[in-house]
Design a protein around this ligand. Structure first.
Ligand code: DHB
Ligand code: FE
Length: 283
């Protein structure tokens, strides 16, 4: 099949993701990590690597291949992709030990702050000929004690019908399928958009080459990304998936959870409808 536009490259997505990451950090890079933590965490990390070298009898050839791989990940700006796909889910698991409310999931590399604010009911910005099944996604945002949270914000972004994210694929208009939807005076929201397609890690860069070399697959199941915010409450970073979707049981980023799977109902007119409520704990 031919597509009317060139596929985004790993280097393009990677360097945009690196830029977005840098832009999201304060000038000082955030709070300093205490020397004892640096020492404890890095010692443990290195001992895991040393242990792997011994138990797998890693050869010089393999060590040099690893060095070359790491150099290429850096050159391609692919660190945000690689770390978010293979590592972030465990950081999220650890953070979740102390959290109540709606289950979280990884942020991933493609969040862009500062998107258009839209009062609910809202339609996400999209091309006039945006392809894909229409999706109407509604629900309520409440506190863990059940109180509705008026004016809660749902910062939502997702891939298009071809699995590409605006801001990272040059053929897509800026802000496409991204927005900050403001819930009404009873914490209710309704968002009209399209169903995203599964996302494939770009296969032309080092992360793709690693996946290929290991005989794994590069797919994430279709998903919506959300940050749900309300004054005085902890912001939820999460993703929602679709029942029956491909790759749900083998997400390359290991970021699915049974509580985060939507079951949209086809209305018979090309539109799918689904409800999902969010629960936020006091900050
Ligand atoms: C990656 C991309 C995503 O869309 C996502 O949700 C998580 C990870 C990645 O390419 O690393
Ligand atoms: Fe994603």
């Amino acid at each position: 099949m031919t597509t009317p536009h060139p596929s985004p490259t790993a280097a393009g997505s990677g360097s945009s993701a690196t830029e977005a990451f840098r832009a999201g950090r304060s000038a000082t890079g955030g709070p300093a990590v205490a020397p004892e933590r640096v020492s404890a965490v890095v010692s443990s990390l290195l001992s895991g690597i040393h242990q792997t070298i011994r138990s797998e009898s890693v050869t010089y050839d393999e060590f040099q291949a690893a060095k070359q791989f790491l150099i290429e990940v850096g050159e391609g700006g692919e660190w945000p992709l690689l770390l978010d796909v293979f590592v972030e889910h465990v950081v999220e698991d650890v953070a979740a030990r102390a959290q109540e409310g709606t289950k979280g999931s990884i942020l991933g590399p493609y969040y862009l702050p500062g998107q258009v604010r839209l009062e609910s009911p809202a339609t996400l910005p999209q091309r006039p000929d945006e392809k894909g099944t229409r999706l109407v996604f509604s629900g309520e945002v409440r506190a863990t004690d059940g109180t509705p949270l008026p004016g809660a914000e749902l910062d939502i972004w997702h891939a298009d019908d071809e699995g590409y994210y605006s801001g990272f694929a040059p053929h897509l208009p800026e802000g496409n399928l991204r927005g900050v939807v403001v819930a009404d005076e009873r914490g209710r929201f309704e968002i009209s958009t399209i169903l995203p397609s599964p996302y494939q890690i770009p296969t032309d860069g080092p992360t793709g080459a690693l996946i290929e070399a290991a005989g794994w697959h590069p797919w994430r199941p279709a998903h919506l990304h959300l940050l749900v915010r309300a004054d005085g409450h902890r912001t939820i970073t999460t993703q929602l998936y679709f029942a029956g979707g491909e790759w749900l049981d083998s997400d390359v980023a290991s970021a699915t959870k049974p509580e985060l799977i939507l079951e949209p109902v086809d209305q018979g007119d090309g539109t799918s409808v689904v409800r999902y409520d969010f629960t936020l704990e006091p900050a």
